[in-house]
Write a protein that binds this ligand. Structure first.
Ligand SMILES: [Zn+2]
Length: 355
């Protein structure tokens, strides 16, 4: 039985269009009135963009409404949907806490407010009705100054009950001249015992091999097998896993066709590099995690064996999955035991039927 681990999902992009629409209708009619109705809004929200930069702009629309007060509304619905419709047993939810603090405050006050945001997200994601192991990944952001990103790293270490790792987001083409800052911050995080992932090698302009030694997992990384297959051997040696989010590459114009991912999977499997399949922005794409897997299978990009290998890799590379086994295998042994008891019972109680 398949239960899934999701390793790469943004809080901003995880709100499904209908939930966001209802929120706008109830609380922000100034936004909902800009659209003729829900279908018009959904078409706007989920349509593909030409570039990653354009796509990321859409996040700012959601970030602006995910205030401290509104976060429980969104997180509750996200967890409920993930449990009921996606069979998630484990979820790492990532976001930049600074971008959920009130914009009008000075920087130092916004930095102070970040702790409250982490607590709100942490408390709301623990729901006894919908038990999913949920942890946060805090994203440093390429548009934020060093002091803010540094505070994000410190908070990740301080709030280990809620936070399992840090990330770097904001478009991998923009890291360029600040690379030293990011490697310093990543090194600091590792010293503090914080796990690391980072958006890199997502687009053709985002190939930064100097960042790789600091990462435990690689956010996307599809340009490694596509552009720099020579790096795969060291990626395998470090035990790094790629977080591949198929629908994203079509929505950002990074790939034209999903078939282009076949070479990504083939080269990684051949080199012994693990891949976890993820959604990135399940709400924005209107595509849930089981469908990402199914889609790759039906398009012959991976086979059943590879699909299962990716499902297992996701649990193995999860930063905070607390068990030795995948949850599906626990349910399987329970069902097998019952089947066995049933068969044995039949033999004992009804020997005449078989004899
Ligand atoms: Zn992402």
């Amino acid at each position: 039985m398949s239960l899934y681990a999701e390793l790469h999902r943004h809080l901003g992009g995880s709100v499904v269009p209908r939930v966001l629409w209802r929120y706008f209708e109830r609380n922000r009619p100034d936004v909902s009135e800009r659209f003729e109705g829900y279908p018009d809004f959904e078409a706007f929200y989920t349509r593909p963009r030409n570039t990653l930069a354009e796509y990321l702009e859409l996040h700012t629309l959601v970030e602006s409404v995910q205030t401290q007060e509104a976060l429980p509304y969104f997180v509750y619905r996200l967890i409920r949907g993930a449990y009921i419709f996606e069979n998630l047993a484990y979820l790492e939810l990532r976001y930049t806490p600074y971008l959920r603090t009130p914009e009008h405050l000075p920087q130092h006050e916004r930095i102070e407010k970040m702790a409250e945001i982490i607590e709100v997200v942490g408390q709301t994601s623990q729901q006894s009705e919908y038990p999913i192991v949920t942890k946060q990944i805090l994203c440093m952001h390429s548009k934020l100054p060093y002091e803010v990103n540094q505070a994000i790293v410190e908070l990740a270490a301080q709030y280990s009950q809620y936070v399992c790792a840090i990330d770097l987001a904001g478009g991998d083409a923009k890291y360029g001249d600040r690379m030293d800052e990011y490697t310093t911050l990543y090194a600091h995080a590792r010293e503090l015992g914080v796990s690391t992932t980072g958006h890199v090698f997502e687009t053709q302009d985002g190939c930064h091999p100097e960042l790789l030694p600091y990462l435990m997992r690689i956010g996307h990384g599809i340009q490694i097998p596509l552009q720099r297959p020579d790096l795969l051997r060291e990626v395998a040696a470090r035990g790094q896993c790629l977080e591949v989010c198929p629908t994203t590459y079509l929505k950002t114009g990074t790939l034209e066709d999903l078939q282009q991912l076949k070479v990504v999977f083939d080269r990684c499997f051949e080199a012994g590099v693990d891949i976890a399949i993820c959604t990135d922005n399940a709400g924005l794409h209107n595509v849930r995690l089981p469908f990402e897997y199914e889609n790759l299978l039906t398009q012959d990009i991976i086979g059943f064996e590879e699909l299962q290998a990716c499902q297992a890799a996701a649990f193995r590379h999860a930063f905070a999955w607390p068990h030795e086994r995948q949850p599906g295998s626990v349910i399987e042994s329970m069902l097998r035991r019952q089947q066995l008891t049933h068969l044995m019972g039949e033999e004992i109680d009804e020997p005449a039927v078989h004899g």
